[in-house]
Design a protein around this ligand. Sequence first.
Ligand SMILES: [Zn+2]
Length: 237
Amino acid sequence: MVPVVVAAVLVGLLSAPLLRGLVARFAVPEGEPWCEACPSCAREVRLLPPTGRCPGCRERLGAGPGTVEAVAVAVAFAVGCAADGPAAGALGWAAALGVALGFVDARVRRLPYRLTLPLLGGVAALLALAALAEGRPGVLLRCLLAAFAVGAVLELAVWVGALGPGDSPLGFTLGGLLGWYGWSVALGGLVAAVVLAGVWAVLRAGAALARRRPVRGLDVPVGPFLLLGALTAVLAR
Ligand SMILES: [Zn+2]
């Protein structure tokens, strides 16, 4: 257990510069080109240090200093605690891209397909490998059904305008991943996401009222809460 957690945290630390680079590249508003290069010195945005500054010109790019690193290590610790069995690879992949997606959604309220599609492809491939390794391919049917069930619930919410278009593909992938652990975990992830997002919305509205600012609807990025809800459900199973 302890070596797995230590290894997971190390992987989290080592992947942080890459995740920070992904956040800087993809946290751009809808309709604008991806930030492939530093706007000041044109240096390619790939790996970024914890300061969040471009290594070429020290321009601030993407997320605030230390934030991606702190979240990556915390998520890696949680995944290290929760991971057992052959699905650990899929969980780790979802956690890594999930950190990047969470930051991007929190900053610009979108979940780019350039991140959600590799997330879906990686989770599907790693779950298929895990099912083969365990010799029970039937579990993939439950994953697929859970993916469609969670994806359909979120797609309905997209139709009525409660969620953004990127939320249902993310929910599809997370539903499939949680389906590996069972229907109760898939349902638990969705419920945890709704509860966490609701608590956050109420806290924000309360803080706005306390500062005598107007409450601007329920302007909450849903992606981070879907991801957090999924992690909570896997941890609590
Ligand atoms: Zn630069």
